[in-house]
Design a protein around this ligand. Structure first.
Ligand code: GLN
Length: 547
């Protein structure tokens, strides 16, 4: 049966709880343990699907179409396991279930209360993740202890240990140890307060992970140990790392994985750790000799977390090519006015990411045109692909007024349109095409050669599709449909064979890139961008070979 690790946070948000939990996950996996992860989010939205990425960061999509918190992206990238919609639970989804049960009469006339009904539902969601095939379930609780919404979650995880037994649960608490320059000291008081808050809810942490900008001395660890009643070796120093991928090694150095295993009575002798592959990755990350400049042209550029998986995917492709990625965040609304062709031409590559709504669309279309005309490598993702199609329709196929009906319902040439009749609506969670769908790749195409496969499965999250009525006219204009749904009706990939790299996908490939296994499309973009940066002859594909 699975054991459980609960990761809570105190003092402040954004301390890197998700990364700490993910790093621990990776270390346990490297010890040969079978693990999964999940996030409990105390906010009231039923899922993050409706949340503004400009405020909350990207919505991470799982294979089964779950719209989840971006921390699940860290989990998947670190532990390299595919998660699912059950890997993220919010207060809203808990209450939806509890209220549905109440309406069905499942509570047999009882008064429905936070304890036990809401807490039981939370525990059930966690318990559901466990199985005989998993050794450890790591559960991160979003927010910080002391938040009003977190109380039922803390209560539920407190009860959980009693339910499943002491040795099957470990509580890890993440806090901040600030350095106060005037006194020249690191301060433990916020940690003490945070642990006091946790204890007031009945949880005594087993491990305290202290985030700080400088290492925590042994003396300070002893102090925290004494005041917070944890063994000194269970006070872990988590110093800011130059790359997030170094965090597992730093946590291992501090013996986090060993201590957690000891607390869970997992026999370390049976689970020796082999860090060599991860160390090799970190060596690569630390010795990037080349550099490439990639522009991200979108509408949430002031909130880079809105494009977190894209950023990480580009970095992964960089690691593979020994290249740093310099990001140029370009507000689509500034193109082509303030940011014109000359500025874009200084980029080595461009990504036009996904998005919803009209703002910035014309700038993205202009950018796609500049990239097409000037041979700048471009990867269009979801909305980005749609924009590439609209641009070709308008400027090459001369279909005046071509647009997506998302932005112009009366467009004379709706090259991107709702294709609801083409998809199985019962499977879409409402009106969006969500989750993994296969695509057949045209032989001889650039995407087929990048994927080195005839079929690719990618995750989707969109309503609109390439309007196949325009397929012939768009292809005649040089933008080839190089991947379609197995029935041939939905266009999944487009590319321009007369261009160094002009590839669009209706899917979100960024969700499947891994630090040690970069996604082929991002690798393709970064390699084309490096060729441009280093002034080599761009590789052209033979148009006739693509069918
Ligand atoms: N807004 C577009 C659609 O709904 C694209 C969505 C996206 O980029 N994820 O089809």
């Amino acid at each position: 049966m699975s054991k459980f690790i609960f990761v809570t946070g105190g003092v402040s948000s954004s301390l890197g709880k998700g990364l700490t939990a993910s790093s621990l996950g990776r270390l346990l996996k490297l010890r040969g343990l079978r693990i999964t992860m999940c996030k409990l989010d105390p906010y009231i939205n039923v899922d993050p699907g409706t949340m503004n990425p400009g405020e909350h960061g990207e919505v991470f999509v799982t294979d089964d179409g779950g719209e989840t918190d971006l921390d699940l992206g860290h989990y998947e990238r670190f532990i390299d396991e595919s998660l699912n919609r059950n890997s993220n639970t919010t207060t809203g989804s808990i209450y939806s279930s509890v209220i549905a049960k109440e309406r069905r009469g499942d509570y047999l006339g009882k008064t429905v209360q936070v304890i036990p009904h809401v807490t039981d539902e939370i525990k059930e969601r966690v318990r559901r993740l466990a199985s005989d095939d998993l050794d450890v379930v790591i559960v991160e609780i979003g927010g910080t202890v002391g938040d009003i919404e977190i109380v039922p979650f803390v209560e539920a995880i407190r009860q959980f240990r009693r339910d499943v037994g002491r040795d099957n649960v470990c509580y890890v608490h993440l806090t901040l140890v600030p350095y106060l320059a005037p006194s020249g000291e690191q301060k433990t008081k916020p940690t003490q307060h945070s642990v006091t808050e946790l204890r007031s809810r009945g949880i005594q942490p087993d491990v305290i992970v202290c985030r700080s900008d400088q290492p925590i001395s042994e003396g300070l660890k002893r102090k925290i140990s004494l005041l917070c009643d944890v063994p000194a070796q269970a006070v872990i120093s988590a110093v800011d790392a130059p790359s997030i991928y170094e965090i597992p090694l730093a946590m291992h150095e501090e013996e986090l994985d060993k201590i957690v295993c000891e607390m869970l009575r997992i026999d370390l002798a049976d689970h020796e750790i082999d860090l060599s592959a991860w160390e090799a990755l970190v060596d690569r990350v630390e010795s990037l000799e080349r550099s490439v400049r990639i522009g991200i042209i979108g509408k949430y550029v002031n909130m880079p977390d809105a494009y977190l998986s894209i950023v990480e995917s580009l970095r992964h492709a960089g690691f593979h090519n020994s290249s740093q990625i310099e990001f140029d965040w370009i507000d689509a609304e500034m193109v082509p006015g303030e940011i014109g062709a000359d500025r874009l031409e200084r980029l080595d590559g461009i990504v036009i990411p996904g998005g919803f709504g009209e703002r910035g669309i014309e700038g993205m279309i202009a950018a796609a045109g500049i990239a097409r005309e000037r041979g700048i490598p471009l990867l269009g993702i979801c909305l980005g692909m749609q924009v590439m199609v609209v641009e070709t329709a308008r400027n090459v196929a001369k279909l005046d007024g071509a647009n997506s009906t998302e932005f112009d319902r009366l467009s004379p040439h709706p090259v991107i349109d709702l294709m609801a009749e083409q998809i199985d609506v019962s499977d879409m969670g409402g009106t969006m095409r969500l989750g993994a769908y296969p695509a057949m790749l045209a032989s001889g195409s650039q995407v087929a050669s990048l994927y080195a496969a005839e079929v690719a499965s990618e995750r989707h999250r969109h309503r609109y599709e390439f309007n196949s009525r325009y397929k012939a006219r768009i292809e005649d204009a040089g933008l080839v449909c190089s991947g379609t749904s197995p029935d041939g009706r939905l266009v999944e990939f487009v590319e321009r064979p007369d261009h160094p790299f002009f590839v669009g996908t209706q899917a979100h490939p960024e969700f499947k890139s891994r630090p040690d296994r970069p996604h082929p499309l991002f690798r393709g973009l970064v390699e084309a961008a490096l060729e441009r940066a280093e002034g080599r002859e761009p590789r052209l594909l033979d148009l006739d070979a693509v069918h």
